[in-house]
Design a protein around this ligand. Structure first.
Ligand code: NAD
Length: 471
């Protein structure tokens, strides 16, 4: 028995759990919960000698802040409920990390593997044309980004199609984020969600009392991690935790199966091996597990599901051995499974917090597009000169010379990538501190997801009140 709960049901149940603990007016809570606009479309695309009718969606969950924002997913499993659930999560995600957008999401019901690059381009351009036609895209309206099955390549097709129709718009480049760096993108966007997972975990692992409750020591060094899905989010989360945090990746799952090595799996070597052989299976030193799902129940400190929703459900939650589940994917733990995990004392770092690094850096990219300038361009040289003067003064006053290497380190002005990473780290730390404090202070709040919801609800409610829609 898999005990499947629909993704939208899970999101709705989690919302209700938090709403029950909130003193906000019922009508306001109902307005926050509702999806504001759902656009379901069908369009024909010529594939080979035939026409295929493509099913696609764009859902804008909340207009309390504009533009709305959220990724576009390409998957055979896309359906209206799934896109609604994902758009809903985006609203809370943006509120939690103080990104001033409403939530949205798009979905195209195709398996990208089944199409050539040229065919995918055709589908993407046609989907974008539908969005333009219905006024569902624009830098001040709704701004898509990558999600499962899409990346910078698709975002550049979206931008180019938008420019074809609206080339005269001054801020047109801000109609989509996650673009290639040389096409109005920003450094650090590709890694952003995975890097955000790393910063969030680092902060979580730094609280001695919380770690004691879980039977863990503080710090990431030496922690064992299992990762499901080595795509954009899973790969960067795993590699940054390993190379920068000193964690040990003991198990990895991809489409073709799962592998295990208690001594650790070198993620970059594994990626190279997969590129060469087409599979992670057979990676030197690792054992192949019976099923790819075994990654979810392997013995480890931290489990990072980074593939799709509904992976940990009523049927397998009891077997999860990790002490921390970091929801890098959206909705990987169903509401039923969450009850089981919480009873077992597992800490769940909720999706709407831990995978918010992507939308955070998308926000930076959008700001860059509106300002028409690279971050750091104005101040980098000025800062460098100021630090050089300071170092010179220290040398003069002490009569000692500072070495060239140290001087370079001390006097460097920040580049765009430095500012993006520092802004992302600050965002993930501040958001975690807010959520943790709510959990500590409110007696009835016993899990981080409910705390995150309460944090988001209070911020969104305050926006509605400022707008004067609710007194
Ligand atoms: P992706 O397409 O880059 O990667 C997903 C990977 O998971 C693929 O390599 C796929 O082969 C693998 N996979 C699929 N099913 C699997 C299974 N059952 N077992 C093992 N591996 C499996 O997608 P992504 O952008 O990394 O997104 C992954 C998740 O993260 C999604 O839930 C998405 O909504 C969420 N997310 C993505 C972003 C982003 O910036 N891309 C931001 C926030 C959240």
């Amino acid at each position: 028995m898999t005990g499947k709960t629909s993704f939208l049901d899970s999101v709705s149940r989690n919302f209700d759990k938090a709403a029950d603990l909130s003193s906000l007016p019922k009508g306001l809570l109902a307005q926050i919960k509702a999806c504001n606009s759902v656009y379901q479309m069908r369009f024909p695309v010529k594939i080979g000698n035939d026409y295929q009718v493509i099913e696609a969606y764009r859902v804008q969950h909340s207009h309390h802040r504009l533009p709305t924002k959220g990724g576009i997913r390409y998957s055979q499993k896309v359906n209206q409920d799934e896109v609604m659930a994902l758009a809903t999560l985006m609203t809370y995600k943006c509120a939690i990390v103080d990104v001033p957008f409403g939530g949205a999401k798009g979905g195209v019901k195709i398996s990208p593997r089944a199409y050539t690059t040229a065919q995918l381009q055709k589908i993407t351009r046609r989907y974008t044309a539908e969005l333009i036609r219905k006024n569902f895209i624009g830098p001040g309206i709704d701004v898509p980004a990558p999600d499962y099955g899409t990346g910078a390549r698709e975002m550049s097709w979206i931008l180019d199609t938008y420019l074809t129709f609206k080339g005269g718009e001054l801020d047109a480049a801000g109609c989509v984020t996650g673009k290639p760096v040389n096409l109005y993108g920003i450094r650090g966007r590709t890694e952003a969600t995975g890097r955000g997972v790393y910063y969030a975990l680092k902060e979580t692992l730094s609280y001695a009392d919380d770690m004691k409750e879980l039977g863990l020591t503080t710090g990431m060094e030496g922690k064992t991690i299992a990762v499901q899905g080595l795509g954009n989010v899973g790969y960067y989360a795993a590699s940054i935790c390993q190379y920068e945090g000193g964690a040990k990746i003991v198990s990895v799952a991809e489409y073709e199966g799962a592998i295990y090595n208690e001594k650790g799996i070198d993620i970059d070597k594994l990626m190279k091996f997969r590129k060469k052989t087409g599979s992670i299976l057979g990676f030197p030193g690792s054992k192949t597990m019976k099923s790819r799902k075994d990654v979810l129940t392997v013995k480890c400190d931290i489990l990072i599901p980074a593939a799709l929703e509904g992976q940990i459900h009523k049927g397998n939650a009891k077997s999860v051995k990790a002490k921390i589940v970091a929801e890098a994917a959206n909705g990987p733990v169903t509401a039923d499974a969450e009850e089981i995990l919480l009873k077992k004392g597992v800490m769940i770092l909720p999706d709407m917090y831990i995978n918010a690094g992507g939308v955070t850096v998308s926000y930076f990219e959008w700001l860059k597009n509106l300002s028409h300038m690279r971050f750091g361009r104005l101040e980098k040289r000025f800062d460098h000169n100021t630090y050089m003067n300071l170092v010179g003064l220290v040398e003069e006053k002490t009569g000692k010379t500072i070495g060239a290497k140290e001087k370079d380190f001390l006097t460097r002005g920040a580049d765009e990538i430095d500012l993006v990473r520092s802004g992302l780290e600050e965002t993930m730390i501040t958001a975690y501190q807010q959520i943790r404090l709510i959990k500590k202070r409110k007696k009835k709040v016993t899990d981080l997801r409910t705390a995150a919801f309460i944090n988001a609800l209070d911020k969104i409610a305050s926006d509605y009140m400022t707008l004067g829609i609710f007194p």
